[in-house]
Design a protein around this ligand. Structure first.
Ligand SMILES: C[S@@+](CC[C@H](N)C(=O)[O-])C[C@H]1O[C@@H](n2cnc3c(N)ncnc32)[C@H](O)[C@@H]1O
Ligand code: SF4
Length: 367
């Protein structure tokens, strides 16, 4: 715990990775593992806290705006494990009074029994992996829950947390525009304040998300994310706004400052090797990179231009030392790919530009 804690530009968050799942979904390329023996949660929690203490040395002066338990399947953690980790974060850092503590949950009935314990531990938001409200598609996606179970889990989540988000996967094979429209409307009838809509493949279904979510009061604030006013995911906003974050657990990434340099840390991916390494060395870092100005510039654009609010050009210059060429920006503005607000020094990508975001970034960074 540090006095005179500061809030860096873009904020500071902590990501905690729980790498285990009951079954591996065939489409998933997250660092997730199935174990047929019970996982020793106490041992893993101890290692997570050890790695947190290590990353605290790079971020001790920051106020924590958000904590995100991601996976894998964090809803396989016991309430006790979650509570132990949150308590230790509070011992190490100054935590904002308005901190968002999010946990990703799979919507099976067994896991929703833990929700009250998570709320008691301090979790105040859950993001539920609903993925689909069609049983056939859930089977196709290899999910362990039915649509009814997912809706029941949503109900339990709403009873325990003020903020609830659902993850959905669309552009599923054979899904028509009308199927997706009615499925999305069905889900929004549950009065969610946030939705993350991910594409399995790229298709035109993307276009209708905004129209339907807007009708329910959720605006798109990032390529795949829609929220009611004030209900944006604060942890993910830290990534997109190019803030700093600690990241602990197998395969987790962190972005911190060391000796006035931006550093990127990546931990060992295999859960047991990660645990042994943290126990031995005090951290699981296997890759440490000092980022150069070009990398910072590219990442800042790649993250920030996903946001509806876009980027602050002056911050880009301050962070990277590069200057964006205003005639290139004006050209892209005139073609309708971006909106360039010269007075406010902001650039944002339009609906026409989003599908070609990478091309736009190339254009504006190499002129
Ligand atoms: C880390 S995952 C996990 C959360 C939780 N384990 C679950 O499956 O519900 C976060 C989200 O990423 C999305 N996702 C994972 N793999 C994807 C893929 N290949 N294509 C699109 N979305 C994907 C899913 O919507 C998922 O809920
Ligand atoms: S449960 Fe979630 S994290 Fe685990 S394999 Fe499935 S999508 Fe990936």
């Amino acid at each position: 715990m540090t006095h005179n804690a500061v809030r860096p530009d873009g904020g500071f968050g902590i990501y905690v990775h729980w790498p285990f799942c009951k079954a591996k979904c065939p489409y998933c390329d997250f660092n997730s593992h199935v174990r047929h023996q019970p996982v020793d949660q106490k041992e893993f929690a101890k290692a997570l806290v050890k790695e947190l203490a290590h990353q605290h040395s790079y971020s001790s002066s920051y106020v924590v705006d958000a904590v995100f338990f991601g996976g894998g399947t964090p809803s396989l953690m016991s309430g006790e494990t979650v509570s132990y980790i949150i308590e230790n974060i509070k011992k190490l850092w100054t935590v904002s009074d308005t901190v968002e503590i999010n946990l990703e949950a799979n919507p099976t009935s067994v896991e929703s029994q833990n929700f009250k314990d998570y709320a008691d531990a301090g979790v105040n938001r859950v993001s539920l992996g609903v993925q689909s409200l069609r049983d056939d598609d859930l089977t196709f996606l290899g999910r362990q829950h039915s649509a009814r179970e997912a809706l029941e889990a949503l109900g339990v989540a709403r009873d325990n947390f003020t903020r609830v988000s659902a993850d959905m996967i669309y552009t599923r094979p054979s899904q028509s525009l009308d199927d997706w429209r009615s499925e999305l409307k069905e889900l929004l009838a549950y009065d969610l304040d946030h939705l993350s809509l991910y594409q399995l493949t790229i298709e035109p279904l993307f276009e209708i998300n905004n129209e339907i979510c807007e009708q329910a009061g959720l605006s798109r604030y990032e390529v795949s994310n829609h929220a009611k006013p004030g209900a944006q995911c604060r942890h993910n906003l830290i990534y997109w706004n190019y803030g700093f974050y600690a990241g602990v657990g197998p395969g987790a990434h962190a972005r911190l400052m060391d000796d006035m340099k931006h550093v990127s840390l990546v931990s060992e991916k295999n859960p047991e090797d990660w645990k042994d390494k943290v126990t031995r060395d005090g951290h699981g870092t296997v890759i440490r990179e000092d980022l150069n100005a070009r990398q910072i510039a590219d990442e800042f654009l790649l993250m920030g231009l996903r946001l509806e609010s876009g980027i602050d050009i002056l911050r880009y210059q301050k962070l990277s030392g590069y200057v964006l060429d205003s005639s290139t920006l004006k050209g892209l503005n005139d073609q309708g790919f971006i909106r360039y607000d010269e007075a406010q020094n902001r650039v944002r990508v339009t609906g026409k530009g989003l599908p070609v975001l990478n091309r736009i970034i190339e254009e504006i960074s190499f002129h």
